[in-house]
Design a protein around this ligand. Sequence first.
Ligand code: NDP
Length: 451
Amino acid sequence: MASYAEKVMEELKTRYPYQPEFLQAVQEVLQSLTPILDKNKKYENYRIIERIVEPERTIAFRVEWVDDTGAIQVNRGYRIQFNSAIGPYKGGLRLHPSVNMSILKFLGFEQIFKNSLTGLAIGGAKGGSDFDPKGKSENEVMRFCQTFMNELFRHIGATIDVPAGDIGTGGREIGFLYGQYKKLTKSFEGVLTGKNLLFGGSLARTEATGYGAVYFAESMLKERGESLEGKTCAVSGAGNVATYCCQKLHQIGAKPVTVTDSKGMIYDKNGINVDVLKQVKEVERASLTRYKELVPSAEYTAVADYPEGLHKVWTVPCYAAFPCATQNEVNARDAEKLLANGCQCVTEGANMPSTLDAVHAFVKAKIAFGPAKAANAGGVATSQLEMEQNAGMQSWSFEEVDNKLHGIMQNIFTNASETAKEFGQAGNLVVGANIAGFKKVADAMIAQGVC
Ligand code: NDP
């Protein structure tokens, strides 16, 4: 790490000792920036690193709502507007009990570089709450979303900040949030993405992140003269990203054999049945034990029975792995196991699913490694396509959006790959993606002055 970046990192550790996920995300980026920081002293002169690691604005608020028994519930709501140098803030809303400032700052920080990499004019943000939609009634989720929006609406807008979904925030939650925004502001505008098709949603947005990750993996492998066709793949997660990752893998002739949720893992040697997965997770909102009931030949392992220190999903021999659940779900030992079993390709569908040690192991082994901010950018890119359709009062066909998504993922790969070569690290997409994403934002910050 360059001494300038090292110095800022040390200061950050002292200032935010209780934000480990945020520090991890910053460290990963700063480690990659050495070549560009060494070559261009202007970034140090303009104190770009000190500025880029601090959010432009942090909004924290109380969300109080009444549950079905009449009891008052209190949650914490947040929106981190991290960087608007290249466009209005954009990033998802996470609803999960683990949500706190550290998690949202890591996600918002990542989002800056991811959004920049898409080539589109979007800044970085993230938000959410420690509210858990799981186990809540439809009415409780609606009341929470309405109260959450009662504060959030003051801070967002179609050209200011456009939130989207993330863990725990799917089409249902976006619908409730949008309804309340409309009620409070009397305006029908594209202020949230991931909307229902009935009121401004885009075809292929639901599929975009999972499909995009597979397109990205194909681009990486094509350059190596390889492909996913006929290959066995391990996928983690069982939500939006994992489901559509599995669907696209089937479509291109690969075989996803695993999915996971917070309670356990399914191994289906015949290939994950995506219709059953959707029935279990999207319709019944049940645990994966239900998949086992519907597909008795599949094997189910509960988290309690995972081998010590390992995530069982990464012990399944596979050609390609797609971590699509959550942060830090691939540790150094998991990485070792994957590599020992011959895994040739890891594509991050989730945000920061690999620990720093795991990333180093994949890069060192020179396998095809697609870091999250490049590989899962298909979701936010398609959100931007939704905003374009809303602004032009248009509805594009599924094929049109999917083709654009495919093109964007190819461009992101080319950009990251060419940048890695330019800085003498051919094949290292971690370095390529971080430098390419950083350069555009940093140069825009310099051009806009200190304000
Ligand atoms: P969903 O809520 O649809 O699904 C998340 C899945 O991961 C669920 O199966 C959930 O299990 C599991 N999971 C969540 N937290 C944990 C945990 N702590 N331990 C184990 N399993 C867990 O979310 P998405 O699919 O939308 O998001 C998945 C990842 O992809 C996240 O990292 C998100 O930030 C990232 N991402 C999502 C985008 C999108 O467009 N949706 C865009 C870019 C990135 P359970 O069912 O038991 O809750």
